[in-house]
Design a binder for this molecule. Structure first.
Ligand code: ZN
Length: 132
């Protein structure tokens, strides 16, 4: 299980199979934004950063169930990220947010950890069933 490292694309860049650019307009970009004073690729404007990030959580879950082509691509990338999380010592999530600010990549990080917890639990359950 790897360490999930968030980085700010304004200051650094990471490449390779363990680096994921989650900024807009990439597949994991947040369609919600609170940005008002400049051009943005976000589709939906909301009042605050916290709101934009809170909305990303159910959006993410919906994308995993979405049967459109975008949903399919989202799941493929999600599986690729999850495999990287299990394979490498560290994985990088890049966004334009400052590291001092909260970011939707915090939600992605949470989702990775939750997915691995679920996987561990189902393995334990499967082991128990075998013993019964
Ligand atoms: Zn961000």
């Amino acid at each position: 299980m790897s360490k999930i490292i968030r980085y700010c694309k304004l200051n650094e860049e990471h490449y390779g199979p363990n680096a994921f650019d989650v900024s807009r307009p990439n597949i994991f970009g947040n369609p919600y934004t609170h940005i008002k004073n400049r051009e943005t690729k976000a589709q939906v404007k909301v009042k605050t950063r916290d709101e934009a990030i809170a909305l990303y959580d159910p959006y993410f879950d919906n994308m995993l169930k979405d049967d459109s082509e975008v949903g399919e691509r989202f799941r493929e990338e999600w599986d690729r990220m999850y495999e990287a999380y299990k394979t490498y010592d560290e994985i990088y999530l890049g966004c334009f947010c400052n590291l001092s600010e909260t970011c939707h990549s915090d939600v992605i990080k949470k989702k990775l950890i939750q997915r691995s917890m679920k996987e561990k639990l189902s393995k334990i359950k499967a082991e128990r069933k075998k013993k019964d």
